[in-house]
Write a protein that binds this ligand. Structure first.
Ligand code: ADE
Length: 229
């Protein structure tokens, strides 16, 4: 999969060089390219924002650098990309979104800052690819970068080969609509706290039933909204 990220803080994405995603980049499973939006400006101050038409607080990202960045990135690749703009005003990002996007050959992420990006950029981007505005959750971040980091990690780990043991993907929270069961390892008693004896019983059926029950109990306690769905 190819992933392009456009941001005015490209170094934030240095973190994608480590751990499983970093390894996937060296082995060629993931081709991540980070672009500095300011490289697509032409003035001495490398200006990316301006005051909002109609007035109001804050600044708006100018359309011209975005147009040039998108042209440059999309022109390089044959397939029509999915172009994602993280936004608190977007559709909610879920495990299902991650799974769907992990099947796309090319994702482009555009990180907004300030009060957002000139709305015409989304309209123009729709000529180049399938545009999605996606929110990480019902809270506001200072910009899209941290949201993109989270999305790239959630999507990237679903690409076959990125996570060494594919079975570990199946039993996780949200994969079957429930929260994950609790995990324990040795020692069997730690600081007076015992690991659940059923897990040491060697009875695979009993272990599976206990884990399922724990998933339901946890989900009912912590995320009843998931059960309602
Ligand atoms: N940018 C600012 N807040 C955001 C959020 N909650 N999700 C995605 N992008 C954002």
């Amino acid at each position: 999969m190819r992933i392009d990220v456009v941001s005015i803080f490209p170094t934030i994405f240095d973190a994608l060089e480590v751990s499983l995603l970093g390894k996937a980049r060296t082995t060629g499973l993931l081709d991540v390219r980070v672009h500095d939006l300011r490289d697509y400006t032409h003035d001495r101050h490398r200006t990316v924002d301006d005051t909002p038409y109609g007035g109001g607080a804050g600044m708006v990202m100018k359309p011209e650098p975005w147009g040039e960045a998108l042209d440059d990135i999309v022109g390089e690749v044959d397939q029509r990309p999915v172009i994602i703009f993280p936004s608190p005003a977007g559709e909610r990002f879920t495990q299902a979104t991650a799974r769907e996007l992990s099947a796309a050959p090319h994702l482009v992420f555009g990180c907004g800052r300030y009060e957002g990006i000139d709305e015409r950029v989304f309209d123009y981007a729709a000529e180049l690819g399938d545009v999605r505005l996606i929110s990480l959750g019902d809270y506001v971040l200072n910009g899209g970068e941290v949201a993109v980091m989270a999305m790239v990690e959630a999507i990237g780990r679903l690409i076959p080969g990125v996570v060494g043991n594919p079975e570990s993907l199946v039993e996780e929270s949200h994969e079957d609509g429930l929260l994950e069961y609790p995990s324990y390892t040795k020692p069997s008693v730690w600081r007076g706290r015992e690991a659940p004896p059923v897990l040491l019983s060697g009875n695979h059926g009993a272990v599976a039933a206990w884990r399922r029950e724990q998933q339901l109990v946890r989900t009912r306690e912590r995320r009843p909204d998931l059960l309602a769905d």
